[in-house]
Every structure is written in structure tokens, then in C-alpha cells.
Design a binder for this molecule. Structure first.
Ligand SMILES: *[C@@H]1O[C@H](CO)[C@@H](O)[C@H](O)[C@H]1NC(C)=O
Ligand SMILES: *[C@@H]1O[C@H](CO)[C@@H](O)[C@H](O)[C@H]1NC(C)=O
Length: 253
């Protein structure tokens, strides 16, 4: 029994093969097997280099990232974690077969293209190491013609931000990211920052009935002092309607 268990354990570990890619090996595989656009390849190689140093079994237990491209279990795989968007266990991203990793990074890329206009923004190493000239990551990996083309392709914004995601794949809703804690402000600052709607409504306006009386008496005065009733000025009409309005309001009140 114990022997069987140990055997199973050995088999389990044997199945999860790890592999450390050579830089050009990865570049060629991305190009020829997975058919990534040429101009993206240096960036993907750069990301793999800085995320996992090309180790397909790399795990970051702190952040919950898995494999060559350090796919996060916050969003994309589980178990562990709660990610589900790539519909795979995270262990699938820790073996030496990167086919499923590639499917997942395509998805991540697409979602983040939709979100930010540049899918590579999903990787924290991207702005740090891979957003500039990344041609050195594929240097000497391809024959000159392709090499030149690839090297020239320092990454443009990969796709238009307005492109709709494919119909067959539903749009994945990101769970809200934890927000960094706010700086604690002093009470005084907090108070003054409060929207004014929280403050009690104070008004310098006269009570309603008093305003009404004022309006009516003003209108009366105007009417009395106007000797020619048919030459009622615009001003008087305005006052008259204001009075009428207040009177109607008064009745409703
Ligand atoms: C690859 O990563 C795994 C998991 O972190 C580690 O055990 C292994 O030693 C690494 N391989 C190399 C060659 O660094
Ligand atoms: C290099 O790029 C040009 C234009 O961008 C294209 O016509 C040509 O086919 C490319 N060459 C290779 C080998 O991909």
C-alpha cells in the first residue's frame, strides 16, 4: 500500500515535467508553432524572461503566479486561488507543455487590450523591462529577413481599443482589484472634504408665507402705480406670473 502511494507520488511528479527554455527556442516556438504576430515575439520573450527566467515550472507562492508567463490564480486559473477565466487548473501552467499557457496568455492579452488598449499591461514586468526596445530578446534567433522584421517591430499598440471581443468568448468581468489603502487624513481635512450635501441645509431665505406676501404686495403696488393698465411692461407681466405661481404654490402648501 505504502509502496503504491510512493509510486503514485513519483508518477505524479514525473508527469509534471519542468523545462527551462532557451531564449531563441521560445521565440521560434512562439513564431512557428503558436503563430504569434512577429512584432509581438520579442515582447513575449522579454516577459517570459523577467517573469520566470524561462522556467515553465516557476511558481510565485506570494503572488499566486504560475509558469513560464506567471499566470495569476487571482483571475485565470484554480486551484489554488479562485481564477477561472482560463478554465484550467494552475498546475496546467506549470508543466513543460506550454500549449495551454499560450491559450491563456492570448486570453489575458485580449482582455487587457480591451481594458487598457495594450494587452501586455497585464504583466507587471512589461512596463519595467519590456515596453522599450526589446529587439535583443530575439537577436540571432531568426534568419536575417525575419529577424530584421521582428527587430523593427518595437511594439505598437497591438490592437485598436474599440475592437469587440469575439462572440464565442464571453467578456470576462474582472473581480475588483484590491485598492491600496488611502492615506489617513487628519479629521479637519476629512471634514472639509466632505461633500456639502452632508451638511445641514441652511438658508437665508425668508419663510415661504413672508415671501408670498412680499410678492403679492409688490405686484399690488405696481398695478396701483401704473396709470395706463394697457401699457403693462414686460417687468409687470413677469411679476404678475411670479405672484400667480407663488399663490398656486401657497394653495398647494
Ligand atoms: C524551476 O522552477 C521550479 C519551481 O519554482 C524549481 O523547483 C526549479 O528548480 C526551477 N528550475 C530551474 C532550472 O531553475
Ligand atoms: C517583412 O515585412 C515586410 C513588410 O512589413 C513584408 O512584406 C515581408 O514579407 C516581411 N518578411 C518576412 C520574411 O516576414
Amino acid at each position: 500500500m505504502a509502496v503504491t502511494f510512493v509510486l503514485l507520488l513519483v508518477i505524479t511528479f514525473a508527469v509534471v515535467d519542468s523545462k527551462v527554455y532557451d531564449r531563441c527556442e521560445l521565440a521560434r516556438e512562439l513564431k512557428h508553432v503558436h503563430e504569434f504576430p512577429s512584432q509581438q515575439i520579442p515582447t513575449w520573450v522579454c516577459i517570459a524572461k523577467h517573469e520566470s527566467t524561462f522556467n515553465t515550472s516557476a511558481i510565485n507562492p506570494g503572488s499566486g503566479d504560475h509558469g513560464l508567463f506567471q499566470i495569476s490564480d487571482l483571475f485565470w486559473c484554480s486551484p489554488p486561488g479562485n481564477g477561472f477565466a482560463c478554465n484550467a487548473p494552475c498546475s496546467a501552467f506549470e508543466d513543460d507543455d506550454i500549449t495551454d499557457d499560450i491559450a491563456c496568455i492570448r486570453r489575458i492579452f485580449k482582455e487587457h487590450t480591451f481594458l487598457s488598449g495594450n494587452g501586455f499591461n497585464a504583466w507587471t514586468v512589461y512596463p519595467l523591462y519590456c515596453a522599450g526596445d526589446v529587439s535583443k530578446y530575439v537577436e540571432g534567433c531568426f534568419d536575417n529577413d525575419i529577424d530584421n522584421n521582428i527587430s523593427q517591430g518595437t511594439i505598437q499598440q497591438p490592437h485598436s481599443t474599440t475592437s469587440e471581443p469575439d462572440d464565442e468568448e464571453s467578456v470576462y468581468e474582472f473581480p475588483p482589484l484590491p485598492t491600496p489603502p488611502k492615506k489617513i487624513k487628519s479629521n479637519a481635512v476629512e471634514q472639509s472634504n466632505k461633500p456639502s450635501s452632508f451638511q445641514p441645509v441652511t438658508t437665508t431665505r425668508k419663510p415661504f408665507k413672508l415671501r408670498l406676501q412680499n410678492q403679492i404686495s409688490t405686484a399690488e403696488k405696481i398695478l396701483k402705480t401704473t396709470s395706463k393698465p394697457f401699457e403693462i411692461s414686460h417687468n409687470i407681466i413677469e411679476k404678475y406670473f411670479a405672484t400667480l405661481f407663488y399663490f398656486i404654490e401657497y394653495l398647494r402648501y
